[in-house]
Design a protein around this ligand. Structure first.
Ligand code: MD6
Ligand code: FE
Length: 204
């Protein structure tokens, strides 16, 4: 366990190969029920390079109207599938003090996908952390402070790594600059899957 900065914790290799493979199988079933969609940026309508789906009572979506959480898939109108028990167990291991997660955003990166520097701030409960799990290709993860212009540092996230963003880093800017080709022995075609577990609503 490595503290990158206050509130930003990296757990390299927290999931072993068997756990990664089982989790990817669970995600494949979620994608079958709730297909990947291509979100677009609010206002501009520019498409993300990452494709997304969700599981849990709530899912994060982005379209021309804005960013929000909603209980149904934006294309099929169907409720999101349940969060797999293994992910609820993982949340208990790294974020036990927080109320249980309500959303799991599934991000699929093809080899050339990236994610710009952003904050995760669409949740009403900002006291709970966001827990991120990486599967497949190694990614260059950039993180900084709570202001977009704060200095940034970068680390590589490998398959099986878990990152927890909470406390003083809950609103830290972060993003994925690129994937490293030839580093995935799990997700085909140099792909990567990132899962982010979130508490959305205030408990009670
Ligand atoms: C990614 N991760 O690793 C993008 N968000 O593909 C995130 O955007 C992220 O790693 C919140 C907390 C942890 C993260
Ligand atoms: Fe994020």
């Amino acid at each position: 366990m490595i503290t990158l900065q206050p509130g930003l914790i990296h757990h390299p290799g927290l999931l072993d190969r068997a756990a990664q493979a089982a989790l990817l199988d669970a995600i494949r079933n979620i994608v079958r029920a709730s297909p990947l969609f291509t979100p677009v940026m609010p206002k501009t309508g520019k498409p993300f390079t990452v494709r997304m789906t969700n599981c849990g009572p709530l899912g994060w979506v982005s379209d021309q109207a804005g960013y929000r959480y909603q209980p149904q898939h934006p294309v099929t109108g169907t409720p999101w599938p349940a969060i797999p028990a293994s992910l609820l167990d993982l949340w208990q291991r790294v974020a036990a003090a927080a109320p249980p997660p309500e959303a799991c955003l599934v991000n699929y990166y093809a080899a050339n996908a990236r994610m710009g520097l952003h904050q995760d701030r669409d949740e009403a409960d900002l006291s709970a952390p966001v827990v991120s799990i990486s599967l497949g290709a190694t990614a260059l993860f950039r993180y900084g402070g709570v202001s977009r212009t704060d200095p940034t540092r970068s680390i590589r996230l490998s398959s099986g790594d878990v990152v927890v963003i909470g406390g003083a880093s809950r609103l830290a800017f972060h993003g994925i600059d690129r994937l490293f080709p030839g580093t995935s022995t799990l997700v085909p075609e140099d792909g990567r899957v990132n899962l982010t577990l979130r508490r959305v609503t205030l408990p009670g």
